[in-house]
Write a protein of this length. Structure first.
Length: 160
């Protein structure tokens, strides 16, 4: 995956956030189809993950320190904290945080050298090797897309 493809993917993610903004702002308490999350909760989770470069940097640092596989993080606690930290914010501010994260990620991707983007990480239970560039999309706007599908469905817009 090229730098330009990563930037295009993040840009498309921002465009999708902006398309969902009016409906999400109008109905932030709408329950998602599964689980206990509402629209604002899922958006809070996405806001915490808006800058995928920082997520990948942290993952690479854990791998370099040899702590990448030590103890599984409590995902439910992490997600709950992400939601709690933004509980006082209006949904538009949460959406703005996502967009700011995307903007920061694009700026950072433009400065990363090709060797950095080509590094590989091992991910998932199948120990799949992916490049940093692929992980930026997969763990960033790829992950985001799954939640946006749920949000759009809950808001009656359908996925897409």
């Amino acid at each position: 995956m090229t730098r330009e493809e990563v930037i295009r993917a993040i840009t498309a993610g921002t465009e999708r956030i902006e398309r969902v903004r009016p409906q999400a702002s109008a109905a932030p308490e709408t329950a998602l189809g599964a689980g206990d999350w509402r629209v604002r909760d899922a958006l809070s989770h996405l806001a915490a993950r808006g800058d995928a470069v920082q997520l990948v940097r942290a993952r690479l640092a854990r791998a370099a320190a040899g702590t990448a596989t030590q103890g599984a993080p409590d995902i439910n606690a992490i997600n709950a904290a992400q939601v709690s930290e933004r509980a006082h914010l209006p949904v538009d501010a949460i959406l703005d945080e996502i967009v700011a994260g995307h903007t920061a990620a694009i700026e950072e991707v433009r400065t990363l050298d090709d060797a950095y983007l080509a590094q590989t990480l091992t991910v998932g239970p199948a120990a799949t090797e992916v490049t940093v560039a692929e992980m930026l999309v997969r763990g960033g706007v790829g992950h985001e897309a799954t939640h946006l599908d749920e949000i759009e469905a809950a808001l009656g817009r359908g996925a897409g």
